[in-house]
Design a protein around this ligand. Structure first.
Ligand code: SF4
Length: 287
């Protein structure tokens, strides 16, 4: 039990996730305010860099929001950046389950979740959707102000996999109901260290992993945050989207590491509709 309040920045239906998430229906995403990382390029910086964003609600009220999203047509419930509010968010999921929430619950995090918070979600989460952002601790420190990222992400992915296993192929082609999908955002100039990330993943959970190799990096947040402006000086290559050749190289790197279950994106298609504006009532224009 927890009486802790939850800081909820937004709750909305979202159609931009990997195809099996929601099984053809939108995901009902709850975006929690704040983040334990401070990525200078964060598309969600209006809420991730501002833990005071949104409203404070009880776990019971948060459970109600989940049920409302289910009633509005969601095919799954997404918990976005829940890590730092984990105990209260887990309680909210428990309460929603008690009220017969039957949809898959997706845990979408930056990959730095410790074993205590993940143990709290064991049995409550159906689909884990962590990032594995970087293959270098030094780059992680520069870009996201986090220490020891590689080992932390590897440990988190290992624990998540132990809880839910790999996503079965038939669910990857239909509706994701239980399993692990890891996201990796390809960055300009090879900054994400994709080859090392792929090797770490195979070492941690084997080559049966479904990896979402994302091409949607966009530099528009760099000019809008203090962290972003500092980053632009340190890594000027971040001032542009990735090139097609860079995405193709990343694809080759993950395949060379042995990964073959892949969700891919077109590096030429990073529509503005996919980038949120949390000052709007509906942050995504394709919500
Ligand atoms: S980890 Fe994700 S949500 Fe947090 S600051 Fe980085 S990009 Fe934003």
């Amino acid at each position: 039990m927890t009486d802790q309040l939850i800081r909820l920045a937004a709750a909305c239906l979202h159609r931009g996730e990997e195809p099996p998430l929601g099984g053809g229906r939108p995901v009902g995403n709850l975006f929690f305010a704040g983040c334990n990382l401070r990525c200078g390029f964060c598309q969600n910086h209006q809420i991730s860099h501002h833990p005071e964003a949104g409203v404070s609600i009880t776990p019971a009220a948060c459970a109600e929001r989940m049920l409302e999203l289910a009633a509005a047509g969601a095919g799954a419930i997404g918990l976005v950046t829940p890590t730092h509010q984990g105990a209260a968010v887990a309680r909210a999921v428990e309460l929603a389950r008690l009220q017969e929430l039957a949809l898959p619950v997706i845990y979408n995090s930056n990959g730095t979740d410790g074993p205590t918070v993940l143990a709290r979600f064991d049995g409550l989460v159906d689909v884990y959707l962590p990032d594995f952002k970087y293959g270098s601790d030094a780059i992680a420190q520069n870009l996201s102000r986090v220490s020891g990222y590689v080992a932390r992400a590897r440990r988190a992915v290992t624990v998540m996999h132990a809880q839910v296993g790999h996503l079965p192929d038939d669910q990857a082609e239909g509706e994701a109901r239980r399993g692990l999908i890891v996201r990796h955002l390809v960055l300009p100039g090879g900054l994400a260290g994709t080859a090392r990330v792929a090797r770490e993943l195979v070492g941690a959970v084997g080559d049966g992993l479904w990896l979402s190799l994302m091409a949607q990096y966009h530099p528009d947040a760099l000019a809008r945050t203090g962290a972003g402006r500092a980053l632009a000086h340190l890594h000027p290559e971040l001032a542009r989207p990735i090139a097609t050749a860079e995405y193709d190289q990343a694809l080759q790197d993950v395949e060379d590491a042995g990964l073959y279950r892949l969700f891919t994106q077109d590096p030429g298609a990073s529509p503005a509709e996919g980038r949120p504006d949390f000052d709007r009532p509906e942050p995504f224009r394709w919500s």
